[in-house]
Each structure stands twice: as structure tokens, then as C-alpha cells.
Design a protein around this ligand. Structure first.
Ligand code: HEM
Length: 512
């Protein structure tokens, strides 16, 4: 029990300590207030982009993938950008996603591959292209595969090997056409890029039974790549998986033949095609070689053929651009003739194709062969006012930038001349620094490994096409996004003889 006398020192002590207690209380509340203020402030500064997560699991995937004209961004993008701005959030492909129609953010994403973001395609793509496919690999393995692809499509090889091959395969397709007949331009472009890739990758000659068999399997495979990934009997995806294993068996047989014919020593294999080159110069396993070859066939065949079909489509609707383009090719042909050089195109001829490069750029800008790519944030990232949480999917959408009226005057118009004047929104002082307004081939460490080859293919094809034919649509058709760009009617065109060259020029017809 305590007495009243004992309580006096306690009271005194309390009185003495009360300023300290008050200060401690004050300090405590001050810290809490500061903490809350800071949280409010950062919360205000760092927030998720606005948006709508849609239905559970499905999110907004269905409206996002709704087919639309390839020369537009589609209703989904249009409505979302006007409601939320160029950066918004959604739920797509079953994942929380940030969608970017902003040139600056797109560039930031691609430049920070491996540091802040990582390539992240849907699992079904890995299932069908293979786990060693370049599209799904990340880190060191991706770098090694990329180096092999870049070596094989180097500038030196483009000049010496690929230009003559591209021209040979162009002429093979175009010489099978007849004036006043109808061809399906998209099919013909596919034939050209497939034949070229099959030769380039495995030295397979067009028209031979094994090439035709591989082509048949490849068409089934492609149908599955672009279909919903339901692995059920009868579905396109299941058939594509079966075709994938037939194609792989085929490539494997080719590999074994090569190694056997060089007495079982990979280092003695001839290296004049990609298969031989990887066997000889790399230590990739058979499985890795198979996936590399299949993914290059996929990356190089589909994209370039659609790009060529798009150029044919845009040019038939723009007589002025076609006229200008034809003049350029007449000039090149004339110069060759004056030099007494009526043989194949050389690198210098290709370098003369300035307006052609403008036509190619404009085709890729307006047609948007690859509309967006798949990435994932691997850290919490701050971009401007927004937070992108680690683990979220991120989709840089190139189409929205390519069709942005604040960057491209009259973006819906096919205007190759705009590339001679420069693009107005792309000055380095703007938020979207130079180079970020035009990304048909992606960017950063995953920039398309075949971009130079693709441009070469398009230029050489256009050279011989414009010199030898005139064409018009035989039936109305236009490119659609399904989400891969495709012409529903395969782009039927009616061919006519070319107009006579200007009086001062004489042309070389390579087919007659
Ligand atoms: C007009 C035609 C083409 C377009 C529009 C195009 C577009 C693209 C784009 C946007 C990417 C980046 C993918 C990403 O970042 O996730 C890419 C990657 C790639 N492309 Fe192309 N491409 C074309 C033609 C070609 C050709 C002819 C080849 C040659 C075989 C090729 C081989 C590749 C490869 C190997 C990659 C993966 C690069 C890497 O991951 O490091 N492409 N392409």
C-alpha cells in the first residue's frame, strides 16, 4: 500500500517531466502527420494510369482485339485514349496491363529492355514457336540468338548474298504473272517471301516437292499462330502444334543429312545458309537450332509479305506516288543501261532508291504491320505522374503514334513525300524525342533483326513491279487487323502492261 507522503515525489517528477512528455507527444504526432502528408503527396504524384479493368479474367480483351481497318487505331483505342489519355490501364489477355499510345513512353519501354521491362509474349506463343524462340527468350540466351541472326543478316551479307537472292525470287514470282490477268497480290507476296526464306535458311529451291510440302505445313502452322490458343481436337491451334512437330522433324532430318555428309563433324558443314551457319559456328543444341529456324521463318515471312501487299494496295490508290516511284525506277534502269550493265541490281542501284524508301516508310507507318509488342514491368517504375507496378503487362502501341494527328499531318493520307520534309512532332526537344514517332521495327535491344532485309525485299520487289506492270484492284479489298494485318480477299489485282517510259529513258524488262 502507498502513503500520501510517498506520492509527492511522483507528482513532482510528473510535473518536472510534463514538458518532455508534451514534446514527445508533439514529436510523435508530427512524425505521423509527416508520414501521412508524404503518403498523400506521393500517392498524388505516383498513381496508376486511369482506366477500366473490365470483366473478371476476360477484362477488355474481346473489344481490344475486335477487327478493324489497318489504317485506323480501332474503336477501342480511340475511345479509351479520348476518355483516359494516351496512357491507360486495363485487363488484357488475363493480365493487368498498361497500354501506351504515347511516343515517349513507348521509347522508354523499349530502351529499358532487361533493366525495367522484359519481353513477355502470351504463353501460347511460346507453346507454338518453341521455348527457344527469339520472341520469348530473355537475357543472355536472347542476346546469343540475336547475335547469330544479326550476323547472318549483316550488311555485308545483304550486299553480297541476299540482294541477288531477293532479286532472283522477285523475278521468279513476277515473271509468272501475265498482263490482263488477275492475281492475288497477298498470296504472291507470301510466295515470294516464303521461297526466299526457305532458300536463305535451308537452301531449299522453290517448286521442289519438299519445299511445297514444307510450305503446306507452314500454312497450317501459321493459321494456328494467329488463332485462339485452344488445344482441343479439330482447332486451328491443335493442327498448328501438329504441323510444328512435322516441320521440326523435317528441319531435323536436314540437319542430320548435313552433319552426316561432313563425316559427323559440325565444324566441317558448309555455311552458305542459316542452317549450315549455325551448325558450324554455334554450339546451339538441336532443339535450340530448330526453334531459331522456325522463329526466323515466322518473323521473316509473314511481316515482309504483308508489307509488300500493303505497298501494292496504297500505290494503286495513289497515282501520283506511283508515277513518282516509277520515274525513280526508270531512271535507275536507264543508268544501268547507259553503263552497259543490264544484269542484276547492285548495291549502288539500291542506294539510289530514295523515293522508294519514302514509300516504304509511309507504307509501314500507315499499314502498321506490327501494331504493338508485349512487355512486362520487372520493377516498380515511375513514368511522369504514373506508377507502373512490377509484374504488370505493358503494351507499347506503335499504331497510335503512327496515326497521331499531332505528329503526322493528315495521318490517314498515304503521303510518301512527308518523309522528305521531316516529321513535325519528332524534334528532340519534345517529350517524344527523335526516333520515337516511327517504330515499325520496334526499338532498343530487340529492334527487328531483319529490318534492313525487309526494306531490301520491299524495294527490289517494287523496282520490278513498277517497271513491268500497272495494276488496279479487281475487287474492293482493304487491310484489316485480326489482330494480324490481312486482306480478307487476298488483294485481287488486275494487271496491265506498264506505261511507256518517259521519252529520255529506256527500261530493261527482265522477263521478256
Ligand atoms: C516489314 C517487315 C517487318 C516488320 C514490320 C518487323 C517488325 C518487327 C518488330 C516490331 C519486332 C520487335 C518485336 C519485339 O520487340 O517484341 C521484330 C523483331 C524481329 N524480327 Fe522483324 N519485322 C519485319 C521483317 C523481318 C524479317 C524479314 C526478318 C528476318 C528474318 C525479321 C526478323 C526478326 C527477328 C529475328 C526479331 C526478334 C529480334 C529480337 O528479339 O532481338 N523481321 N520485327
Amino acid at each position: 500500500m502507498s502513503s500520501g507522503i510517498e506520492e509527492v515525489p511522483h507528482l513532482l517528477l510528473l510535473l518536472l517531466l510534463s514538458p518532455l512528455v508534451a514534446a514527445a507527444f508533439f514529436y510523435f504526432f508530427f512524425v505521423i502527420w509527416c508520414f501521412q502528408y508524404q503518403r498523400k503527396k506521393t500517392g498524388r504524384r505516383r498513381r496508376l494510369p486511369p482506366g477500366n479493368m473490365g470483366w473478371p479474367f476476360l477484362g477488355e480483351t474481346i473489344p481490344y482485339l475486335k477487327p478493324h481497318s489497318a489504317m485506323t487505331v480501332g474503336d477501342f483505342m480511340k475511345e479509351h485514349v479520348s476518355r483516359y489519355g494516351k496512357i491507360y490501364r486495363s485487363n488484357l489477355f488475363g493480365e493487368r496491363t498498361i497500354i501506351s499510345a504515347d511516343a515517349g513512353l513507348n521509347r522508354f519501354i523499349l530502351q529499358n529492355e532487361g533493366r525495367l521491362f522484359e519481353c513477355s509474349y502470351p504463353r501460347s506463343i511460346g507453346g507454338i514457336l518453341g521455348k527457344w524462340s527469339m520472341l520469348v527468350l530473355v537475357g543472355d540466351m536472347h542476346r546469343d540468338m540475336r547475335t547469330i541472326s544479326l550476323n547472318f543478316m549483316s550488311n555485308a551479307r545483304l550486299r553480297t548474298h541476299l540482294l541477288p537472292e531477293v532479286e532472283k525470287h522477285t523475278l521468279l514470282v513476277l515473271s509468272s504473272w501475265n498482263n490482263n490477268s488477275l492475281v492475288y497480290a497477298q498470296e504472291e507476296a507470301k510466295k515470294f517471301t516464303f521461297n526466299f526464306m526457305a532458300k536463305h535458311i535451308m537452301s531449299m529451291d522453290p517448286g521442289r516437292p519438299e519445299t511445297e510440302k514444307l510450305k503446306k505445313e507452314y500454312i497450317t502452322f501459321m493459321k494456328g499462330v494467329v488463332s485462339p490458343p485452344f488445344n482441343l481436337p479439330g482447332t486451328a491451334y491443335r493442327k498448328a502444334l501438329q504441323s510444328r512437330s512435322s516441320i521440326l522433324k523435317f528441319i531435323e532430318r536436314k540437319m542430320e543429312e548435313r552433319v552426316e555428309s561432313s563425316n559427323g563433324d559440325r565444324r566441317k558443314v558448309e555455311d552458305d545458309d542459316l542452317l549450315g551457319w549455325v551448325l558450324k559456328h554455334s554450339d546451339l543444341s538441336n532443339e535450340q537450332i530448330l526453334d531459331l529456324i522456325l522463329s526466323l521463318l515466322f518473323a521473316g515471312h509473314e511481316t515482309s509479305s504483308v508489307a509488300i501487299a500493303l505497298a501494292i494496295y496504297f500505290l494503286q490508290a495513289s497515282s501520283q506516288a506511283l508515277h513518282h516511284l516509277r520515274e525513280e525506277h526508270f531512271r535507275i534502269a536507264k543508268r544501268k543501261k547507259e553503263r552497259g550493265d543490264e544484269t542484276a541490281l547492285c548495291w549502288d542501284d539500291y542506294k539510289q532508291m530514295d523515293f522508294t524508301q519514302c514509300v516504304i516508310n509511309e507504307t509501314l507507318r500507315l499499314g502498321n504491320v506490327v501494331r504493338f509488342v508485349h512487355r512486362k514491368a520487372i520493377k516498380d517504375i515511375r513514368f511522369g505522374d504514373y506508377e507502373i507496378p512490377s509484374g504488370w503487362k505493358v503494351l507499347p502501341v506503335f499504331t497510335s503514334v503512327h496515326l497521331d494527328p499531332s505528329l503526322y499531318e493528315e495521318p490517314q493520307r498515304f503521303d510518301p513525300w512527308r518523309w522528305q520534309k521531316g516529321i513535325r512532332g519528332c524534334s528532340s526537344s519534345s517529350s517524344s524525342s527523335s526516333g520515337s514517332c516511327f517504330m515499325p521495327f520496334g526499338g532498343g535491344p530487340r529492334l527487328c533483326a531483319g529490318s534492313e532485309l525487309a526494306k531490301l525485299e520491299m524495294a527490289v520487289f517494287l523496282h520490278h513491279l513498277t517497271l513491268n506492270y500497272r495494276w488496279e484492284l479487281a475487287e474492293a479489298d482493304e487491310p484489316f487487323v485480326f489482330p494480324f494485318v490481312d486482306f480478307p480477299k487476298r488483294l485481287p489485282i488486275k494487271l496491265q502492261p506498264p506505261p511507256p517510259p518517259p521519252p529520255t529513258t529506256t527500261t530493261t524488262s527482265y522477263f521478256t
